[in-house]
Design a protein. Sequence first.
Lengths: 309, 355
Amino acid sequence: MAKYIFQRLVYMFITLFIIATASFFLMKQLPGSPFKAEEKLSAAQLEILYEKYNLNDPLPIQYLNYLGNLFQGDLGVSFQMNNQPVTEILMSRIPVSAHLGIQAMIIGTIIGMLLGVVAALYSNSVIDYASNIISVIGISIPSFIFAGLLQYYLGVELGILPVAFWGSFAHTIMPTIALAIFPLAISARFVRTELIEVLGSDYIVTARAKGVSNATLMFKHGLRNALIPLVTVMGPMAVSLMTGTLVIEQIFAVPGIGEQFVTSIMTDDFPIIMGTTLFFAFFFILIILVIDILYGIIDPRIRIAGGKD
Amino acid sequence: MENILEVKDLNISFDTYGGEVKAIRGVSFDLKKGETLAIVGESGSGKSVTTRAIARLIPSPPGRITSGEILFEGKDLVKASEKQMQNIRGKDISTIFQDPMTSLNPTMKIGNQIMEGLIKHQKMPRGQAKKRTVELLELVGLPNASERVDQYPHQFSGGQRQRVVVAIALACNPKILIADEPTTALDVTIQAQILELMKDIQKKTDSSIIFITHDLGVVANVADRVAVMYAGKIVEIGTVDDIFYNPKHPYTWGLLGSMPTLDSNEEELVAIPGSPPDMLKPPKGDAFAPRNEYALEIDKVQEPPMFKVSETHYAATWLLHEYAPDIEPPEAVKKRMKGFAKTGTIRTSEEGEKS
Ligand SMILES: Nc1ncnc2c1ncn2[C@@H]1O[C@H](COP(=O)(O)OP(=O)(O)OP(=O)(O)O)[C@@H](O)[C@H]1O
Ligand SMILES: [Mg+2]
């Protein structure tokens, strides 16, 4: 197991290196200049700024400098925000996004799971069809549409929740709902399919033939086996939440990492773009790794296989 | 001997998109204490449905017991509530299923799977249940039982898993053990061991066994009586000797004719022509008539009742009617019947093992 995790960490490192390189060169292709907003700057002043941030060096040199700093954990300083270090900016933004993301993930999967279980138990009933419609809507309609609708109805028409900004728990409700709909829809579908399959399997008949009660049958034999595979879709779900925050934080003016990322792209703030990209990549790989390990822990078939080598 | 189970005129239907499938059409039989009843018949004849109905394990929907009685110790299980059935399943009536690879819960330690019944039915505390589980695993011939209780099904081979399934079924010393093709998925040596095991345990506990199989050789070895099923009915029932030495139904002749024996060569194997009827629209008259070269005119119009051949032996064929022409089984089958007697395939093989 330890060897396996170490191996995965090495791969993670290589992947991050490739992403850092690719995003560095891609970013250099972005049109415009970080300082284009300061229109009053003269050519000479611009030249001074370029010089200061080493933007006049040949590309390979810039690249090597960048990598060198990266290895020391230095992501550079923002061009736009008073030379604030990128790591500092990320650190102030991540907790906000994490708060939203975790809240949405937990609420989405729990409600989705319940919906899926009920739909499986009463398959082909009205409840099942209703859950199916909710899932299809949740999967096919992008989250920003929900965000807009929520803002309009709950925020403007009814006025029961703040339309935007960050501060109290009330501020988190609408963005959480908007973000939670996708994981909710996915897990409802997934759990329904898995549970129906599990409940039709031979070992459920064996358990019934033992005389166990319906509750035991459902929870000990059915749900456990149906929920284990849900862990595998948690990874993609977390990633979709990540991309969801890019838009949702913008719409609700939430000071999270997604909002920062979008703003930085608009202003060509290279170090922040780079830093955020790397953070997203790191987070993505980490999630996949954690989920693989988690899966091994809860599924005995994989646990043993992993333990042998 | 006293009957532990009496099935009376059982009818079971499945509601499908195509319509009502009448899978079981008037099955009656009884099971005595300590005996082994084998049920044979082609695929789809209703063997599994009949036996699953006894433990009320038919999924509903689509399945439905439309009429009939299943009297277990005099009590009608058809009318029993789900709660009452839960107290009977696993305790009085146990079932062993065909496929050991899929009939164990993959994420539960096998010890826990065996203990479940003990804790539920015998109210054993966990520690005692675990001890009993180890004993059971030793009983079914699994080495290192005390270690293996904490392992998961994927750590067992197919034959070992079937032993675990047998241990689950035997845990509470059931009065009736239903074995639905328990050895079909296993190789021949393991098959023999599992059969031996079931026979041993039956002797010790005096339980009754209903044994479903396609293998007439196995029937000859393990059964006291045989029921032959065709298209949702029992067409012939009798002792092993009745069925093997004095079969009366042309379908039974067909089954015996298609059974390979050690000294028969290829040409002598006769397959039954045609295929079973579509149970969505069962034919008028005898369902076997279209495949029966001895079919009489009346077979096409009216279903034959059960005719009594002897105290133990009944068959549903118009050939047994007093006005029917005298028809002998085909030569190949007669030769085979003589062969059974000569080589002692039937019964005596058991005595042979013992001596
Ligand atoms: N869930 C179901 N839905 C519809 N029809 C069913 C269902 N289960 C069984 N049947 C029908 O009941 C009939 C009897 O099936 P059963 O499984 O008892 O056959 P069997 O004799 O056990 O065959 P095999 O030897 O292949 O196991 C078949 O015609 C089958 O189509
Ligand atoms: Mg069957």
